[in-house]
Design a protein around this ligand. Sequence first.
Ligand code: GLA
Length: 385
Amino acid sequence: MDVLEAAFAEAYRRDAEGVWHAPGRVNLIGEHTDYNDGLVLPFALPRGVGVAAARRDDGVLELKSLQAADQGVTVDLGQSRGPGTIRTWAAYPFGVAELLRPLGIGGASLLFDSDLPQGAGLSSSAALECATAVALCELYGVEPDRRELARLAQRAENEYAGVPCGIMDQSASLLCTEGHALLLDCRTGLSSQVPLDLPGKDLTLLLIDTRARHALGDGDYGRRRAECERAATLLGVPALRDVQDLGAALSRLDDPVLRRRVQHVVTENHRVEATAGLLRAGAEQELGGLLTASHLSLRDQYEISWPEADLALEAALRAGARGGRMVGGGFGGSVIVLTATGRAGAVRDAITAAYRERGLAEPGFLEAIPSAGARRISMDGGLPG
Ligand code: GLA
């Protein structure tokens, strides 16, 4: 029996009907472009959130987590409570369940387990939402389009957790496939799978947990979003995605802060297109420059990098890495570094040494391997009964 199934049996005194997994993501490139109606290119990680679940016929939703110190939450889905009633980690799955109710979802018991660090910029919240969504949908035999499900999970995060995130993380968790990055147009919702074959090119993408933490709800993320919206309004376009002539747009903005934000968003969209082009041409070796350019733009124009990220990247580049960048919302979390596989050890050592020199806590290292999106991982078939 799966470990999570056994834990479920102990927590709820009955058997789970299945176990599902939704991955966290790394964004290869396209940062802070999603809420500007732009392009993103994330891929799913092997790590994520697992959930063992079983239906309840009384409309009650029970939520527990192996990572949470609390006892979890028990709510009657029949009495719609709406956003704001739950203020713990359980707000995310509760929001998903409430939003899914009109599609025919009823009560259930869920037990979560996660191997994603929280606040590391790897979308642990989106993984929690998407694990809930795929488990409840399959338990109740409901099959919404996955793009619709991503929008619903994003709404749960916006409305029930009060985080004004875009659509990238939930789309990545639900739509990514093994060995590929997902090129997503956040305006149209259209996406395509772009092959990302790093081992075949003798390349390694190191994922470095810088150990610095920041939550998206802190206000900085929302401020950046508001600045972009203000700039779009001043420029008379629906979203910064629509800026065609960057030079002309910059000359029309008086505020230097807004000019920097626009500069980042517009050039980042171009970098996503260029990156997808290189991947399609099988030119993974040439990605490094675009990754580093993205980082510099996030550091200098968008002003959301943090000292440990800059330090890790500088050390990696000095040790011969091809390029790299911070990932996620910013102000803390993780960095990716692209390196020839033969140099990966030296790059790691250089980053660790730079951290030690500054007296910082050891960074964490993982290899970022493009993996599958959310899916059932045990006890296939037989549902709904
Ligand atoms: C967070 C948000 C995403 C996206 C990124 C920045 O991960 O959840 O919607 O805006 O930041 O690219």
